[in-house]
Structures are given as C-alpha cells and as structure tokens.
Design a protein around this ligand. Structure first.
Ligand SMILES: NC(=O)c1ccc[n+]([C@@H]2O[C@H](COP(=O)([O-])OP(=O)(O)OC[C@H]3O[C@@H](n4cnc5c(N)ncnc54)[C@H](O)[C@@H]3O)[C@@H](O)[C@H]2O)c1
Length: 295
C-alpha cells in the first residue's frame, strides 16, 4: 500500500507541526481537534511557521501555497477514516488516547496504519485498544518540537508490528524529510529516557537552592554547548506535558530520577505551562525577552 493520505489527531504544538510537515511533503492531510477554536489557533501557527520558512528561503511561495491547499481541518474524527496513516498527537493522557484509538479502529478500514506520537506511554498498551488486525499495523512515530525544524523521528515497533508496516513507516518518516532512528517499545524510547531525568534534576537543583533559573540555564548552555538551558527547554516543551511524561515514566520504572518534583506539580496546578500559557519558568509578556521568575 502506498501512503498518500495522512490523518493527524490533535492540532496542538505537535499535531500542527506534523500536519504542516506532511502537507509540505506532498501528502493530502486532514487534521482533527476537538473544537473549531483549537483548530483555528493551530492553523494560525501553521501559517506563521510556513511564512517564516519562506522568509528564511527554506520554502518557496508556491510550495507554501501548495502545502496550504493540501491541508484541511476538522472537528469530526470520521473525517480521518480515508487516511492511509493516522498520526496521533493528542494530549499525553492514557484514557483519552485509549478512547481515541478504540473509536478510530472502528472507523478506519483494516489497512490504515496507526502511529502514536506519545512521548512516554507504551505503544503496546495503546495498540491493545485496537482489534487483532490493527495490532500488526500499529507503531510509534515520535517527532520533536518544533516539528518543521527538528530533523529526528524515532520510529517504534512493538512485538506484534508487521515488519513490512515498520519498513513503510520508516520510509514515510524519511519522506517527511526526517532522519529516522529505530527503537523498540521501551518507555521514553531513546531521547526521553535520557532527557527527562536531566530536566527533572534541573528542577530539583532549583528547589535545593543550587542556583537561580537564569544561572542554571546559562551554565548548561555554555558549559555543555546545549542550544537551550533546561528551564528554557521545559517552557518550550510545556510544563504540563513534561509533568504527564514524568508521572508515566515514574509509574513504569519506579525510580526516583523519573519522579516529578513538587514544583512541577504546583506549576501545573497554577496553570503555568511555559511558553504556550505565557508563563512558566520565564515570563513571556515580552516574547523577545523572556524574564526568569523566582520560585
Ligand atoms: N511538546 C513536545 O515537545 C512533544 C514532543 C514530542 C511528543 N509530544 C507528544 O505529542 C502529544 C501532543 O503533545 P503537544 O505538546 O502537542 O500537546 P498540546 O497540549 O499542545 O496539544 C494537544 C492537542 O490535542 C487536542 N486533543 C485532546 N484530545 C483530543 C482528541 N480526542 N481528539 C483530537 N484532539 C484532541 C487538544 O485539544 C490539544 O489541541 C503528546 O502525546 C506528547 O507527549 C510532545
């Protein structure tokens, strides 16, 4: 089967980026979110991102226009039924994802490939929400934020994944312009397995009074050559998303290094999600000049 039509579930940070990249690469793409308002804000981000790519010379104006004609938004899950592959990028909550997969499994023909962009849930567990046929056509495709700029995709297989489907998914990932790394279904895969404990440790260092936010960020940027410090990265990824991921990883491994520090939980309860809510470890009132906060 040739992949031509792409469905994306979720038009948040990741879903909008994935839809943009798929449409730019020439695939007819339908993206679904739960309300028109959320779709509209996702499409605004897509238009801004495409315009920036044109400004930088990474895309021509014709390619930008063609990408937009291949892209359609919907609030109806049924509109994804004609897709050859469905990339799921909804919130990192197990029950919400299980429910979505069970519904999609009933809506889609047997040939449709399901791919989850989950950061920390088990692909096998998500797969188990679908019927026996689909289980062979269920994989993980874990993209990185911002999707149009980050060149990596981790492609994850379960014990039941059909090798031909896995090969197709890897080829599809490459056709989106991404470099593919292959990994099996172990919580956190490669990148988050190593990155999440580091980010959580930065929050613990802050809680323990090692240094302030700006100094820790500067130290890791200049001392390790990282493009961003841990708090800048946490705000970028989303404090809520990181909190969900840490909880899931802790539940899986029961190791302290994966446990979300109390400060992270308090920030989620207070609605301080990072860049997307205007405040996290930094205040983004002036987005060009994020100001570190004190916790
Ligand atoms: N943020 C990151 O850096 C990052 C990186 C890689 C993977 N991920 C993973 O990608 C997924 C999405 O994360 P995000 O950062 O885009 O979150 P987000 O909060 O920005 O977006 C999630 C979107 O999903 C929508 N949604 C919720 N339930 C839905 C449903 N049933 N159908 C359709 N849409 C629904 C929400 O309305 C929201 O717009 C998560 O699984 C996350 O772990 C995130």
């Amino acid at each position: 089967m040739q992949i031509e039509r792409v469905g994306v579930v979720g038009c948040g940070l990741m879903g909008a980026g994935i839809a943009q990249v798929a449409a730019t690469a020439g695939f007819e793409t339908v993206v679904r979110d739960v309300s028109q308002e959320l779709l509209d804000s996702g499409f605004t981000r897509i238009r801004q991102s495409l315009a920036k790519r044109v400004e930088k010379g990474a895309l021509t104006a014709d390619q930008q226009a063609a990408a937009l004609t291949r892209l359609r938004g919907t609030t109806r899950l049924e509109d994804l039924a004609a897709s050859d592959i469905i990339l799921e990028a909804i919130i990192e909550q197990r029950d919400e994802k299980l429910d979505t997969y069970a519904r999609l499994d009933r809506l889609c023909p047997p040939a449709t490939i399901f791919a989850s962009n989950t950061s920390s849930l088990s692909i096998t567990e998500l797969m188990a929400a679908t019927g026996p046929e689909r289980r062979r056509r269920f994989i993980g495709m874990h993209f990185f934020n911002p999707v149009p700029l980050m060149n990596l995709v981790e492609v994850i297989r379960t014990v039941l994944t059909d090798p031909e489907v896995y090969r197709q998914a890897c080829t599809f990932g490459a056709s989106l312009g991404k470099t593919v790394v292959r990994t099996s279904d172990r919580t956190g895969f490669i990148v988050n397995r190593l990155l999440v404990p580091y980010l959580l440790d930065a929050v613990r260092a802050l809680e323990e009074g090692v240094a302030g936010i700006a100094d820790i960020d500067l130290a890791m940027k200049l001392g390790c050559g990282y493009p961003m410090g841990p708090f800048q990265l946490l705000d970028f990824v989303g404090i809520d998303t990181t909190y969900y991921i840490a909880n899931i990883m802790y539940e899986e491994f029961r190791e302290k290094r994966f446990a979300p520090p109390p400060l992270l939980k308090r920030m989620v309860l207070a609605g301080l999600y990072g860049r997307k809510s205007g405040r996290g470890f930094y205040d983004y009132a002036d987005p060009a000049k994020p100001a570190p906060l004190e916790y």
